[in-house]
Design a protein around this ligand. Sequence first.
Ligand SMILES: Cc1cc2nc3c(=O)[nH]c(=O)nc-3n(C[C@H](O)[C@H](O)[C@H](O)COP(=O)(O)OP(=O)(O)OC[C@H]3O[C@@H](n4cnc5c(N)ncnc54)[C@H](O)[C@@H]3O)c2cc1C
Length: 389
Amino acid sequence: MRTAIGIIGAGPAGLFLSHLLHRRGIASVVLERRDRDYCERRQRAGVVEHGVAEALRASGAGARMDRDGFVHDGIELRHGGRGHRVDFPGLTGRNVLIYAQTEIVKDLIARRLADGGEVLFEAEATAIEDIGTDRPRVRFTRGGAEEVLECDYVVACDGFHGIGRASLPADVVRTFEKVYPFSWLGILADAAPSGDELVYVHSPRGFALHSMRSERVSRHYLQVPNGTDTADWPDERIWAELEARSARPGWTLNRGPITDKGITPMRSFVTEPMRHGSLFLAGDAAHIVPPTGAKGLNLAMHDVMLLADALGQWADDGDTAGLDAYSATALRRVWRAEHFSYWMTTLLHTDPEGTEFDRRLQVAHLEHIAASEAASRHLAENYTGLPRV
Ligand SMILES: Cc1cc2nc3c(=O)[nH]c(=O)nc-3n(C[C@H](O)[C@H](O)[C@H](O)COP(=O)(O)OP(=O)(O)OC[C@H]3O[C@@H](n4cnc5c(N)ncnc54)[C@H](O)[C@@H]3O)c2cc1C
């Protein structure tokens, strides 16, 4: 099998890249080890930055997002029974959209297939070979048989546990990592959202986040110790803890049947460089952020927007300047998002090894954000997404 761009992974990064390349007339094949149903059900992120929503819209893949997504003009930071609203348009002229990653994946799969795109499900990449040449190959298995995909470039959009990162030569790669001493217990519930916007809660009992997926479905998160088993969190305990952490006069938590529970460990991770020879990394294959800043999905989309432009330049006139600059350019946004995600995480979570001094500093910081327009703007411009570089 032969194509111009071999893409590993049908997450948001791989699918959006394949879609953007198609619009530029560049052929690609997407290899995905899971089946379509699994990819379309996976519950993950839900906040879409202003610029990413614009890019989806401009690419012709934003119609359902604009119909079913919610425009959010702010978030609430809550602690000690008080809330501070960060007004995004007032501070930055931008907003965010609440539209689940799983819906973006559905939209992009439907669009690729309608456009005749090749998305091969249950096709697991097992090796990436000859990345030091201009004829790299991806070995993959499908239906029990081994096949080979030959291409001009390979883009590994295969997430944190894929084979892309491990295929870079060990002597050229550096990785940077921070593992946090807590995880998130996330739930989906058939309950109306408990407000119009996301609420980020700092409390001595730990962090909580109130979010939503639709007018009838809420998504909530609780900080829990690493190694937590969802079996130790029956529904009643979850609702009671959400209420205890988030209480504020005049606010009530809407309860309903919990339909999904999961644990997400919190990690910051960066791989440098994001390219070697004819292999590129994009999205979670190259970097991970803790979800507090809502940046994981958005960073993945920014990587492939950059790569699609660079591959377009190469396809148009053989100019590889964009491809040569890809890693350094992408990493500038990655490190900014890494810092913002770390900042939000350490501001809002309770460090189990922290002292009362640390907690007093967090409260002082939260009060400063509430009192200072400049401090609120810092949060708002990072949260809604910095302009493209
Ligand atoms: C449980 C969980 C919850 C999250 N919650 C949030 C959140 O609330 N907010 C937020 O901002 N971010 C969140 N994230 C992060 C966000 O979802 C990711 O940043 C985003 O999915 C990155 O997209 P991606 O396309 O790079 O990778 P992925 O979405 O991971 O896609 C990678 C794809 O590659 C496939 N693949 C892997 N190996 C192979 C192989 N060898 N061959 C073929 N295919 C392969 C996988 O099956 C997968 O479909 C969460 C992540 C997880 C894991």
